[in-house]
Write a protein that binds this ligand. Structure first.
Ligand SMILES: Cc1cc2nc3c(=O)[nH]c(=O)nc-3n(C[C@H](O)[C@H](O)[C@H](O)COP(=O)(O)OP(=O)(O)OC[C@H]3O[C@@H](n4cnc5c(N)ncnc54)[C@H](O)[C@@H]3O)c2cc1C
Length: 442
């Protein structure tokens, strides 16, 4: 039976960063993911915002990690060669009654140590973002807000962890965990594994994974959000725009993504099928978007999608607002219900868990750890497969070499299929290349 120091369960962004940070220590680590590829769960569908940190209660773990995580994003993305845009954000309100709330957020942000926050008049906000509908009552400007592609960041952390000798176990589902005298016995649908510590980052299933071995007083209530993606040619704000929720309805968020598309999000769906969009939700989102940006051309929507949100609650149904990290027994760590701003804090949470685990296992720093990872470079291969995004056959082959096993996996590594035709012209050709690689023709 295989024995390792640490088993990380879940290959979303949190598991990938936990694994990467564990490799800074002289520990043997496996990452167990039930899907054939990583970052296909919550990490696949979210708002891609690197939050500034004014939204979280002063003194909370969220506030501390968000401000620290945000400040380290430039260095992190440089190390992992992932595009990051520190575009700033405006929280806008059209409702004079909400101005006091904006001021409270500003004060909270100052207490949290968020740099550069400014309260703006409506006129100042409209001058900064001329696409906004007239009548802004006031805004909170946060220059440190940014955007990053969540799955690119997770994949980069995973690749870096693997380059530092983390062992991935993909397509492997954890079905049981037992406490033993040497640590834990992790049972999967393929084999059993001994480990000295477990880090549970199983996203939507994290409460159930903990319950395989220990009771959990935290449970997840799943709801969802819906999104629209506009073509790169669409007019877009320069900054992330958060519309403050007000008496006449919930606000929406507009995100100018690092790839150049505009992402719109806003409608919270009740518990149901969180990964499915609804006709009503999408139509409400479109209506809200046009009332916030009257010149937005909704004909330029190229895609809609839905996301699942794990909302942590105590046994009695009371919501948990801070990040919930459980230690049910020595050497067992669970991240249960890490929703927004989990992307912003992924590296900080991973570092925290790795340090706790290293202390528990009495590990020493790994002198061979290399933090740098190389992105897939543009090749000069003249054979362009994705015409919209200009992705060559060479880049697709490199994505497959790095672990992409589906058209979606290739897309998440090189951006094929993300253009205006949404893969209708290249998906078949990419499938063909995947088949050729599997059959050994390439
Ligand atoms: C709608 C929405 C918008 C968000 N927007 C933002 C944002 O703009 N900025 C921000 O900072 N944060 C944001 N977040 C938060 C952030 O996206 C999450 O905190 C983060 O993606 C969670 O990652 P994860 O690794 O916990 O989960 P996941 O990505 O779901 O990964 C968990 C993995 O565990 C695997 N798994 C489950 N069960 C098993 C098993 N039995 N065996 C093996 N593997 C298993 C799953 O297959 C999955 O791959 C948002 C979240 C949501 C829901």
């Amino acid at each position: 039976m295989k024995s390792v120091d640490v088993a990380v369960i879940g290959g979303g962004i949190l598991g990938c960063f936990a694994a990467r940070n564990l490799m800074r220590w002289n520990l043997s680590v496996v990452l167990i993911e039930k899907e054939l590829d990583i970052c296909t769960g919550i990490t696949r569908a979210n708002s891609a915002i690197v939050y500034a940190g004014y939204d979280n209660k002063t003194g909370s773990r969220k506030a501390e990690l968000t401000v620290r995580g945000n400040a380290s994003f430039d260095d992190l993305c440089r190390e992992l060669e992932v595009p990051f845009s520190r575009c700033g954000s405006l929280l806008v309100t059209y409702d004079k009654e909400s101005l006091a709330q904006l001021r409270r957020k500003w004060e909270q942000g100052i207490r949290n140590g968020v740099p550069g926050l400014e309260l703006l008049t409506g006129g100042e906000a409209e001058a900064m973002e001329p696409m906004l509908a007239p009548g802004v009552a006031g805004a909170l400007y946060a220059p440190t807000t940014g955007t990053v592609n969540p799955w690119q960041l997770g994949i980069a952390a995973f690749e870096n962890a693997a380059a530092n000798e983390m062992e991935p176990m993909l397509g492997t589902t954890v079905v049981g965990i037992r406490k033993t005298k040497f640590g834990y016995l992790v049972e999967t649908d393929r084999s059993e594994l001994r480990c000295r510590a477990v880090i549970n980052c199983a996203g939507l299933s994290a409460d159930r994974i903990q319950e395989l071995c220990f009771p959990s007083d935290t449970h997840l209530l799943i709801d969802g959000a819906e999104y629209l993606v506009l073509d790169k040619q669409a007019r877009k704000p320069k900054r992330v725009i958060f519309q403050q929720a007000q008496s006449c309805g919930k606000g929406i968020t507009a995100i100018p993504c690092v790839e150049g598309n505009l992402l719109l999000s806003g409608v919270r769906k009740p518990v149901g099928e969180p990964f499915a969009t609804t006709k009503e939700g999408i139509s409400e989102l479109k209506t809200s978007a046009v009332s916030l940006f009257p010149n937005l051309n909704m004909q330029q929507v190229i895609r809609s999608f839905a996301a699942a949100r794990p909302n942590p609650q105590w046994d009695d149904g009371e919501s948990i607002h801070d990040f919930s990290i459980a230690y049910p027994a020595p050497g067992f760590f669970s991240l249960i219900g890490i929703k927004t701003p989990g992307l912003t804090c992924a590296n900080e949470l991973g570092r925290y868990l790795a340090e706790k685990t290293a202390a528990f296992l009495d590990a020493h720093p790994n002198p061979r750890f290399t933090p740098h990872r190389q992105a897939i470079a543009k090749t000069n291969d003249p054979e362009i497969i994705c015409l919209c995004e200009g992705i060559s056959r060479g880049e697709i082959l490199e994505a497959i070499r790095r672990g992409a096993s589906t058209v979606d996996g290739v897309k998440r590594r090189v951006g094929s299929g993300m253009g205006v035709c949404q893969g209708s012209r290249c998906s078949f050709a990419i499938e063909q290349i995947l088949r050729e690689v599997w059959h050994g023709a390439l």
